[in-house]
Design a binder for this molecule. Structure first.
Ligand code: RIB
Ligand code: CA
Length: 313
């Protein structure tokens, strides 16, 4: 399989952190061209700090990290400290980053990278609100045809919402941005709550991270120990749902996932269902399919891959 060159757009977030670690642990399959940070789980100052903490935990201070948008396109920022803690990376005690942010705005890095690279050779991997991606598409519409694929974590259909009854957090924070992305014509793969709620860090899976006996294995176990509270309380889940690592795992082994090409349209008008991803799973609307919407995951295979790769760092 051709190695993927990717830009990770992220709002770390413990699950973002694991997604970044998995990407950096998989150089045969993935080349991380850069990491762009966005406000989401916590404000931008923290997401752009946390992304660098994770790069240094992985021993990769060379990875370019850029700060991006500090608020959604047209709505007030909603954050999720109630899930991720006040730093966004609660759980392990990790040193502040030494590596600096790169100069320049994340949106310009995305645009410049796509314009410099041969067309369709860069994959965008949004793990947070889609503000940076939408801003780049608005500022430079020419880049849409240059993107190989967008593989994102966001949305929900059968699982419905996790921040409101109708909407998943990443899409809810910036529904206008999500609407721009889903209407862009770029090939999109959606890792929604429908699959990520099946990727749960059970006690046995958490113990496997700890059993690695490495700083990364221990940190991942501590992150998921902290991060599981919200979902265990709300859903009675067996453990933390590893939302964002599903994006990275898809790039490494797409056979772990199954789903359908369907139309996904984002609610941007009604406050009642704001940010809902209306996936036409049964093909009743006649709206053209615009995304591969993952519906199921081989969870044991996912955790076997993740644990093996964490052991490499
Ligand atoms: O709804 C889950 C998503 O929102 C994940 O990406 C999590 O990190 C938060 O960004
Ligand atoms: Ca995220």
């Amino acid at each position: 399989m051709e190695k993927r060159k990717i830009i990770i757009d992220t709002d770390p977030g413990q699950d973002d952190a694991v997604a970044i670690l998995l990407a950096l642990a998989s150089p045969e399959e993935i080349e991380v061209i850069g990491i762009t940070c966005v406000a989401g789980n916590v404000p931008l100052a923290l997401t752009s700090k946390n992304a660098r903490i994770v790069c240094e935990l992985a021993g990769r201070p060379d990875v370019p990290v850029y700060a991006g948008c500090d608020k959604p396109l047209g709505r007030k920022l909603v954050t999720a400290e109630h899930v991720h803690g006040e730093t966004g990376l609660n759980g392990p005690v990790l040193p502040d980053p030494v590596m600096p942010l790169r100069d320049g705005h994340a949106v310009d890095f995305i645009i410049d990278t796509l314009r410099r690279a041969p067309a369709q050779t860069i994959t965008l991997c949004p793990l947070g609100p889609l503000t940076n991606i939408a801003k780049a598409l608005k500022k430079a519409p020419d880049i849409a045809e240059r993107v190989q694929e967008i593989v994102l974590m966001g949305g929900a259909y059968f699982e419905v919402g996790n921040i409101t009854p109708a909407a998943e957090f990443n899409i809810y924070v910036d529904p206008q941005a999500a609407d721009i992305v889903f209407r862009s014509g770029i090939p999109i793969v959606v890792m929604s709550l429908d699959v990520t709620h099946k990727a749960l860090v059970t006690p046995a899976r958490n113990a496997a991270f700890r059993a690695l006996g490495t700083p990364v294995g221990t940190a991942v176990a501590q992150m998921t120990d902290f991060f599981e509270r919200f979902d265990k309380e709300k859903y009675g889940s067996e453990g933390a749902p590893l939302h964002d690592p599903c994006v990275t795992a898809y790039l490494i082994d797409p056979a772990l996932f199954s789903g359908r090409h369907v139309n996904v349209t984002v609610e941007t008008q009604s406050e009642l269902t704001m940010g809902m991803t209306v996936a036409d799973w049964w093909g009743v609307t006649g709206r053209p399919p615009n995304a591969f919407f993952a519906g199921d995951i081989d969870a044991d295979g996912f955790f076997a891959l993740l644990t093996e790769r964490m052991g490499r760092l």
